[in-house]
Ligand binder design. Structure first.
Ligand code: APR
Ligand code: PHB
Length: 385
């Protein structure tokens, strides 16, 4: 087989890249280790920046998102029960859209016309410094695809970044001593907008998927097990971290999903190795606090797609040459914001009372300064793609 670009991974990054290239007449094959059902079973975050909304439109995959996505004009931050609403429309004249990553993936899968090979095992990259080719196993047979380029969109645990010889790649990492325990429930959201809450017992987030489906998270120690949390314990703990009115309004029920995600900041540099390019979680991880993971994956592939289009259509190598530097500038800004928001809102036992006072001062500064609020809103809404 032959393709101009072989894309490894059919998460949002791989599917969006594949779609943008297919619309430009560039032929791609996507290799995905899991089945479509498995990919669609993963529950992940759900806040889209304007750049992501626009990109779904460019991919001609935005119809259901526009019909079902919820436009949010603001967000609430609460600190030990003191509440502050950030009015995005007033501060920056923009908004975000709440629409699950699973739905983004489903819509991108539905519009794709080119080949996606699911349940492709043992994907291996060859000669990406020269004339690249990729092998994989399916139904007991080994297959080979020759290509011009490989796009590594295979997430944090994928094979692409791992295939780069260690001296050629630098990684930067911060792990946090806690994770998020998330619960999905078929109950109306507790509020119209998202609530990010700092509390001495730990961080909590009230999010949503629709008018009848909610998503809640609480900070838990990194070694905690989801099985240790039955629904009643989760709701009690969540209520204890919210201000009394919100806690009172919370509508609880049986969870339909419950899982723990670790928090990590991670960046690999550079993003190009010969004819191999990394994008999305394969290249970087942000803690979910700023809702940047999906948006960052999409901004990477928007830049990468444009670079491939310049290469094939305009016959210019400049954008492919510049991809790594350009994408990393935006990546590091999103890393900074996600790290900052994580630091503001979580409890860090090791920083003690001093750390708590600093967090309180940060919150008071935010609530007291329109300029600080604008800076928060500018980053939360997303820097330009
Ligand atoms: N071979 C083929 N496919 C692979 C391999 C492999 N060796 N390893 C991983 N994959 C697949 C995974 O099964 C997954 O479907 O690559 C895909 C990567 O998708 P995501 O993890 O969703 O990563 P990405 O598309 O970059 O999207 C980033 O996902 O993790 C969230 O917060 C993150 O929202 C962000 C988004
Ligand atoms: C979610 O709805 O899953 C969600 C929302 C906002 C975040 C993180 C996760 O910052």
């Amino acid at each position: 087989m032959r393709a101009q670009v072989v894309i490894i991974g059919a998460g949002p990054a791989g599917l969006m890249l594949g779609r943008l290239l297919e619309l430009a007449g560039i032929d791609t094959i996507i290799l995905e280790r899991k089945s479509p059902d498995y990919v669609l079973g993963r529950i992940r975050a759900g806040v889209l920046e304007q750049g992501s909304i626009d990109l779904m439109g460019r991919a001609q995959a935005g119809a259901r998102m526009h019909a079902e996505g919820l436009i949010h004009h603001g967000v609430e931050l609460s600190f030990d029960g003191d509440r502050q609403r950030f009015d995005f429309t007033q501060l920056m004249g923009r908004h975000v859209m709440v629409y699950g990553q699973t739905e983004v993936t489903r819509d991108l899968m539905a519009v794709r016309r080119s080949s996606t090979i699911y349940e492709a095992e043992d994907v291996s990259l060859h000669d990406f410094d020269g004339k690249p080719w990729v092998t994989y196993r399916k139904d007991g047979l080994t297959h080979r695809i020759d290509c011009d380029f490989i796009a590594g969109c295979d997430g944090f645990h994928g094979i692409c970044r791992a295939s780069v010889p260690p001296p050629a790649i630098a990684t930067f990492e911060r792990t946090y001593p806690f994770g998020w325990l998330g619960v999905l429930v078929d109950q109306p959201p507790v509020a119209d907008e998202l609530i990010y809450a700092h509390h001495a017992r730990g961080f909590a987030l009230c999010s949503q998927r629709s008018a009848v489906r909610s998503r809640y998270y609480i900070q838990v120690p990194a070694d905690e097990k989801a099985e240790a949390w039955d629904d009643a314990r989760f709701w009690d703990e969540l209520r204890s971290r919210l201000n009394p009115e919100t806690a009172e309004a919370l509508q609880t029920g049986s969870s339909i999903e419950k899982s723990i995600a670790p928090l990590r900041s991670f960046v690999a540099e550079p993003l190009r190795f010969g004819q191999l390019f990394l994008a999305g979680d394969a290249a970087h991880i942000v803690p979910p606090t700023g809702a940047k993971g999906l948006n960052l994956a999409l901004s990477d592939v928007a830049a990468l797609a444009d670079a491939f289009i310049e290469h094939y259509i305009d016959r210019s190598p400049a954008a492919l040459k510049g991809y790594s530097t350009k994408a990393l500038q935006r990546i590091w800004k999103a890393e900074r914001f996600s790290w900052w928001m994580t630091n503001l809102l979580h409890t860090f036992p090791e920083t003690g009372d001093f750390g708590r006072r600093i967090q309180r001062a940060e919150f008071d500064y935010l609530t007291g300064s329109t300029v600080a609020q604008q800076s928060f809103a500018e980053n939360y809404l997303g820097l330009p793609f």
